[in-house]
Design a protein around this ligand. Structure first.
Ligand SMILES: CC(C)(COP(=O)(O)OP(=O)(O)OC[C@H]1O[C@@H](n2cnc3c(N)ncnc32)[C@H](O)[C@@H]1OP(=O)(O)O)[C@@H](O)C(=O)NCCC(=O)NCCS
Length: 191
């Protein structure tokens, strides 16, 4: 299963992506600065353990329970450069704040509009494959690039609340695109 955009190929995140996720994303303090569970981990073995349990195992459970997909973001030559997908953490004390979209891009590839491209495809796929009425993004108020990205993707700020151990996080919501309107003047059912 894959999603292809102009510059990227997204494949469903698999166990084989764990090392790259740890080395390219989790090991970079600038990438995980807003991820409390990942920031400041002392060594690679710890990062592997935390990413496997907190991300890969969690994503597998989310896939099995709700059908939401997490994606490895690759350049067209196959190089792993990021992650984007949907999770269902419950860290936000409100069941309405789910599913939640998450994203991380390797530092060298940031600032080129690549995550907007990847996440746009992920959002479209998520609405196509699920009946979710809306998707949520939960972003630290200081995470300017993520706030810009979420708004660019059509998410709008809904509220602020404590989450992930932080006193204030911004919840942005993107509602399901409208269903195509049925033609008027004629009943569409009953025949
Ligand atoms: C958030 C992230 C995925 C964005 O990826 P990206 O491909 O670099 O995003 P884009 O290039 O599409 O857009 C980033 C936008 O933020 C803007 N931006 C970057 N730093 C900014 C700052 N300090 N203040 C305001 N805007 C900023 C960029 O200018 C860009 O907008 P522009 O295209 O209008 O110039 C990437 O920065 C990342 O991986 N961050 C670390 C992980 C993370 O924090 N994830 C989210 C947790 S909620």
């Amino acid at each position: 299963m894959a999603l292809t955009t102009a510059r990227l190929r997204l494949t469903e995140l698999a166990a084989a992506d764990l090392d790259a996720f740890v080395d390219v994303l989790a090991a970079d303090p600038t990438v995980v600065a807003h991820f409390r569970a990942l920031a400041g981990l002392p060594d690679r073995a710890t990062r592997l353990r935390v990413v496997r349990a907190g991300y890969f195992d969690h994503f597998a459970a989310v896939r099995a329970t709700w059908g939401h997909v997490n994606w490895a973001i690759r350049r067209l030559d196959g190089q792993f450069i990021g992650w984007c997908g949907l999770h269902h953490r419950g860290d936000v004390d409100d069941p309405a704040v789910a599913p939640e979209i998450g994203w991380m891009l390797a530092r060298d590839w940031q600032g080129r509009g690549l995550m907007a491209e990847a996440a746009g495809a992920v959002v479209a796929d998520a609405f196509a494959r699920s009946t979710a009425a809306r998707l949520n993004a939960v972003v630290a108020p200081a995470n300017a690039p993520s706030l810009v990205l979420a708004r660019r993707l059509g998410f709008t700020e809904a509220r602020r609340l404590p989450a992930y151990g932080a006193a204030v996080m911004v919840v942005l919501v993107r509602t399901r695109p409208d269903e195509p309107k049925r033609p008027t003047g004629r009943r569409a059912c009953c025949r």
